[in-house]
Ligand binder design. Sequence first.
Ligand SMILES: Cc1ncc(COP(=O)(O)O)c(C=O)c1O
Length: 427
Amino acid sequence: MSGWRALGYNVMPVSADREAAVDTDINHWGTLMLQDLQPLPVDPILGLAAACRADPNPNKVDLTVGIYMDDRGICPVFEAVKQAQRALETEEVTKAYLPAAGDENFNLGIQRLTLGEASAALAEDRVSSIQTPGGCGALRIGAEIVHAAAPGARVWLSDPTWPVHIPLLGSVGLEFQAYRYYDSETHGVNFDGMVQDLKKAVVGDIVLLQACCHNPCGADLSLSQWAVIADMAEQQGFTPFVDFAYQGFGEGLEQDAAGLRLLVARLPEVIIAASCSKNLGLYRERTGATIFVCRDPANARAVMSQAQAAARRIYSMPPAHGALLAGRILTNDYLGGIWRAELEVMCQRINGLRSTLREALEVRCGGDYSFIEREKGMFSFLGLSAGQAQRLRQDYGVYMLDSSRINVAGVNTRNIDYLADSVSKVL
Ligand SMILES: Cc1ncc(COP(=O)(O)O)c(C=O)c1O
């Protein structure tokens, strides 16, 4: 037990008093532990997706959950993933646990993909990463490390942000502060407001940023705006925590990483939560990584030991299958080439859909929908009221969040006219 105490856990030996109490309490089933727990409301996004699945309307349109869907409305398996899977099946000799840090190939591949082959931080060996269960796991491990380093740290979140950021980071015990981000009048980033708010971020604070394809609004920072954030971090001493869930879905793998790489080139410390759910289509395989860019190699190793201990206390070892596939693809020129080409097709399709949707809405509804074309990635707010979004669901079977956030990739050649017509009817 003294070993646990050294780690900060208090495990008490059983006392004679306690044994007596256990003896007399044993038949008190009036005090069951779980019986008073009440059901919680369903997750708003997953709940809507479930309602859409249950809707018998043959014309229904699902624009709720953030998964990529092709023109058939299917979330496809990448050809590169299928090939990696076949190779893995023949070569795999064990299902023994991965090390707590995860697959070495995967860690190497994801660091290079995220930071770039020519990254100075990588060359200086001051980067470490831990394979995590998806981007959510990466956010959570990052939050654990922030909490270990600075238990009172405040996390600055964009307004709006992906709602799951709050439980993922908040359950560790971190406090939040919102900064202005999306301007619903201009449908763009309210950069002046963001800068004004972030002027209050100080040493020991974390600023959570999305590297590209902002969820939920689709409005991203320009490179010159990233440079301003880097200046502010340098001057004020806050630490950027960059959520990178959509690399390759905005403009391309390299372009989407440009803002993040600018931060890494300028700052001694950056935390990154990377996800392979979208850009490798590995959603259910739960594949991601927390990447720590640190002051020096020794610090990178120390942070890594903390990350492994954090993983150990939550889930121990990461799931293997997705990372073994991603590791193969990211470190193999042949498979990597197939994957990059497939991802490029997806990216172009999303951007093409943005133009087509803009046109369809402008023709049917009038008004200016050019913002849809300017935004990046899968998400956009259509600018409807909650009442209008609800009428779209009830009267037309068109499912989007009450905020009118849509998943653009849910639009296809069969539903686009119906979608635009339905929107025009509720306006
Ligand atoms: C902004 C953002 N961050 C992180 C994630 C985490 O993704 P996953 O845990 O599925 O890899 C998502 C998924 O939708 C997301 O939208």
